[in-house]
Design a protein around this ligand. Structure first.
Ligand code: 6R9
Length: 633
């Protein structure tokens, strides 16, 4: 396939072209895909509404592009390598022909169970091939998938099912994750007790074979529904702007947002960015360690790599099971060429030293990728020196659920690299930095709020069921710009360094979480009156969660109380949102207008109390001393 940039000069040329004539640039890229009907117009947009249409009136099916068209050129090439949690368990491989067949069967099973174009199907599953197959089966028939990370609680799952009025949930019986054995179907059963009236069917994939509860009429086995189906399932003709999926993500308010991506632009952009950032070549084996429950898994395990005809690895396990060398063992085993992971995993493995890395032959590695949060210099250097043996370029890829694909990154091996800097925008991505008033900050060696001033093909189209929320969150802050919520620096050479969120969003181990979301969960504890949550620097997680809690009565056993609070958060959201530190306080620092002054709470949480800044506007300045003296370290 064409459109792989081959030098930094070529990148500059392409970038220039993408800015001066975006429509012809993207039309040329889009020409390399298969469409039932081409577009009448490449782009129509208005950020004020927002309304963005790419490839207007074009018709396609993304699975034709991920599967069918490869049947002519690479039917016997491996599409997916599945590496199970247990290293002794057999590896499963699907060629493009086999994957096509599996997807068609699953698609027919969905149809047989009443799923039609436009219906929403929720997934709550481990990283097994059936997850990728199920997602593609939805896309095949035009159903909209909403994958919920299987670490979320029953409550969080129920909220997401209800928000999208899903008709079906697809889950597994149990999950194996490291040494853990997680009763997933059980969580689904609990969620469905919480008024999820829209659900008609629960399709259960037999993963471990352990006993589960069964609701006759509602629950069905995946293998019984899928296996007898025909392997012929014509792809539904989709408009380029028809919905492909919903993926929930946290914002600064308590309620997660259903970010909506559509078929045409998302396909074009994820494929284009995949090939260029990872410099994917025919025959390469590519591995992204993310979970398909996050956007990284959607775009860079499933859609981008498969549309590009790549071999993509799916890993069920965790980095440290059964030992801290597991990632490297898998790299050696499958001769992985591109490896894409998160800084939190790198930091966690770095703590085990070089020895678990050095045990394995990593000479197949050509490109290393990072995503999810800023990568600190120490982790960057270890990744580069120990894992990459100084011979593999690192691509530090900045992007978001809302952007659908990678926005800022080096192109593996072509672009200049600088630790902790994501680098330059991809072709088609027109960035700008603005000040608090929205005035653009020109020139280099400057810092500001990161915005994008022109649409790229995989920009979010709406937030499900609430378009106004999409407008106010992303497009109303600054006129005619998409606001990312991140602050960034542009260095003297124009390279971007992401500083982090400027809103009330935490980034814990690369997972986004709104402070309000965690506070709402903590407030469910019967003894909690009010709480405030902030992030603080954490060696492994990047950010840890620090919670300040006001209680109805005095707490005699703080440890026992902290455990109760963590249990409540686990129940409401999931274990990833558990506060690391919990401090009981008698009040929170508030301004006269009643706003919590988080600046002070952040400073105390990070142990930096020497200069708390101006506290004179506080309604209750005396509380600051109490908070300082009781700080948890
Ligand atoms: C893909 C993904 C998005 C937020 C984003 C930013 C942070 C992601 C980053 C990064 C610095 C990187 N982020 N990649 N920060 N350098 N390479 O992670 O999507 O879960 O929506 O998170 O993550 O703060 O705004 P999502």
């Amino acid at each position: 396939m064409t459109h792989r940039i081959n030098s930094f000069d070529e990148y500059k040329e392409q970038y220039e072209k993408s800015v001066t004539n975006p429509e012809s640039f993207w039309a040329e890229v889009a020409e390399t895909f298969s469409w039932y009907k081409k577009w009448d117009q490449v782009l129509e947009w208005d950020f004020r509404k927002p309304a963005v249409k790419w490839f207007k009136n074009a018709k396609l099916n993304i699975t034709e592009n991920c599967l069918d068209r490869h049947l002519e050129t690479r039917p016997d090439q491996t599409a997916i390598i599945f590496e199970p949690n247990d290293p002794e368990a057999p590896v499963q491989k699907f060629t493009y022909r086999e994957l096509h067949l599996a997807v068609c069967r699953a698609a027919n099973a969905l149809k047989a169970n009443g799923i039609k174009k436009g219906d929403r199907v929720c997934f709550y599953m481990p990283m097994v091939p059936e997850l990728a197959i199920g997602v593609l089966a939805c896309a095949r028939i035009g159903a909209v998938h909403s994958v919920v990370f299987a670490g979320f609680s029953a409550q969080a799952l129920a909220d997401r099912i209800k928000d999208a009025s899903c008709k079906m949930v697809i889950c597994s019986d149990f999950n194996n994750r490291g040494a853990k054995h997680i009763p997933v179907k059980n969580v689904v059963d609990d969620a469905l007790k919480m008024d999820c009236d829209s659900i008609e069917t629960v399709l259960v994939h037999r993963n471990t074979g352990d006993g589960i509860e069964w609701t006759e009429g509602r629950d069905k086995w995946w293998h019984e529904e899928v296996d007898p189906q025909s392997g012929d399932c014509p792809a539904e003709v989709m408009d380029a702007e028809d919905m492909l999926f919903i993926l929930y993500t946290s914002g600064s308010t308590g309620k997660p947002k259903g970010v909506v991506h559509t078929c045409g632009g998302y396909m074009v952009y994820t494929t284009y960015s995949f090939k260029n950032v990872f410099q994917y070549r025919e025959g390469d084996v590519y591995w992204c360690t993310a979970d398909i429950g996050w956007i990284t898994g959607h775009s860079y395990i499933v859609y981008g790599p498969l549309a590009a005809g790549a071999t993509t690895v799916m890993f069920e396990g965790v980095p440290t099971y059964p030992h801290a060398g597991r990632f490297w063992e898998v790299v050696e085993k499958h001769k992985v060429n591109q490896f894409y992971t998160a800084p939190t995993a790198i930091r966690a493995l770095m703590a085990f030293g070089d020895e678990p890395v050095k045990k394995y032959d990593l000479t197949s590695l050509r490109i290393l990728g990072s995503v999810g949060e800023p990568i600190n210099e120490e982790a960057w250097n270890w990744y580069h020196e120990t894992v990459g043996n100084k011979g593999c370029p690192i691509v530090d890829t900045w992007w978001q659920t809302e952007t659908g694909g990678i926005m800022i990154s080096g192109l593996g091996g072509l672009s200049p690299m600088k630790p902790a800097h994501a680098g330059y925008p991809l072709p088609g991505v027109q960035l700008c930095l603005v000040d608090n008033e929205g005035v653009e900050i020109e020139g280099n060696d400057v810092e500001g709020l990161l915005c994008v001033k022109f649409p790229w093909p995989s920009i979010l189209r709406t937030t499900y069921g609430d378009h106004e929320r999409c407008r106010t969150t992303y497009f109303a802050m600054f006129e005619d710009k998409y606001f990312t919520g991140d602050g960034a620096r542009r260095d003297e050479n124009g390279m971007y360094r992401i500083i982090g969120r400027v809103d009330d969003v935490l980034n814990v181990s690369g997972h986004r979480m709104g402070t309000a979301e965690v506070e709402n969960a903590i407030n469910e504890h019967p003894k909690v009156v009010e709480s405030a949550v902030v992030g603080y620097p954490h060696d492994i997680k990047g950010q840890g969660i620090y919670a300040y809690v006001i209680t109805t009565e005095e707490v005699s056993d703080e440890d026992a109380f902290a455990k109760e609070v963590r249990d409540v958060v686990t129940r409401e959201i999931g274990p990833i949102a558990k506060p690391d530190r919990i401090q009981v306080v008698s009040g929170l620092p508030k301004t006269r207008s009643g706003k919590i002054m988080r600046r002070i709470l952040r400073k105390v949480a990070s142990g930096d109390t020497s200069n708390l800044g101006d506290t004179s506007t506080l309604l209750n300045p005396e509380i600051v001393e109490e908070i300082k003296s009781g700080a948890k370290q």
